[in-house]
Unconditional design. Structure first.
Length: 203
């Protein structure tokens, strides 16, 4: 239910509307150009600002990811390889291409990655810059219950909130998180490896 912008202006009830490429570029937290054709890559490198895409790219200040898509010989051409290298030198992130059947019917490198592959690549790249990337953090949280008999127990009023908050923050900073928690109604992110226990010995 979002509009698709494809030109600098468009008509709405006979009134021209300017699609503000500067506002679009500043609004984005991350810019993915997919597919990035040979023509688009060349225009990016040489700042050939002749369409809304390149104007928005030149106006943005967020990380830019580029997913090339072209035929195998076109992708391998020295001119395109030089442009791709220049994109990287300019600070852009160029995704690898896939290998398979192409629009020409030939088989080789040049396919745009599948959407889920692109997302996986971008998430991995963003996580690699986080301070706890590659670390594993073990956190205990919540109360313990020491049973007296099948009905009664000795426990404490720990809510577990601090431990859960630390676990979420460690996850946000890129760590793999293992959370061992006593009885608690609190929810943890699905990416956190959670172990529920009851007694101090179990913890």
């Amino acid at each position: 239910n979002q509009p698709v912008f494809s030109s600098f202006t468009e008509e709405s009830h006979d009134n021209p509307i300017w699609n503000d490429h500067v506002a679009l570029g500043k609004w984005a937290d991350l810019f993915l150009i997919a597919p990035a054709t040979s023509n688009t890559i060349s225009a990016m490198v040489h700042a050939k600002c002749n369409n809304l895409l390149i104007a928005t790219y030149l106006s943005c200040s967020c990380p830019v990811y580029v997913a090339p898509a072209m035929d195998l010989d076109m992708y391998a051409h020295p001119a395109n390889q030089e442009n791709i290298e220049q994109l990287v030198r300019l600070g852009n992130k160029v995704l690898p291409v896939g290998e398979g059947f192409l629009a020409s019917g030939l088989y080789g490198k040049g396919r745009m990655l599948e959407p889920d592959e692109m997302i996986e690549y971008i998430i991995s790249d963003l996580k690699s810059k986080l301070p706890l990337n590659g670390k594993t953090v073990l956190i205990t949280a919540g109360p313990t219950y020491e049973p007296i008999d099948p009905v009664r127990f000795i426990g404490n009023r720990s809510s577990g909130k601090m431990g859960f908050a630390l676990a979420e923050e460690a996850l946000r900073l890129g760590a793999g998180v293992i959370l061992i928690t006593g009885p608690s109604h609190l929810k943890a992110s699905p990416s956190i490896e959670r172990h529920d226990v009851f007694t101090a010995d179990e913890m």
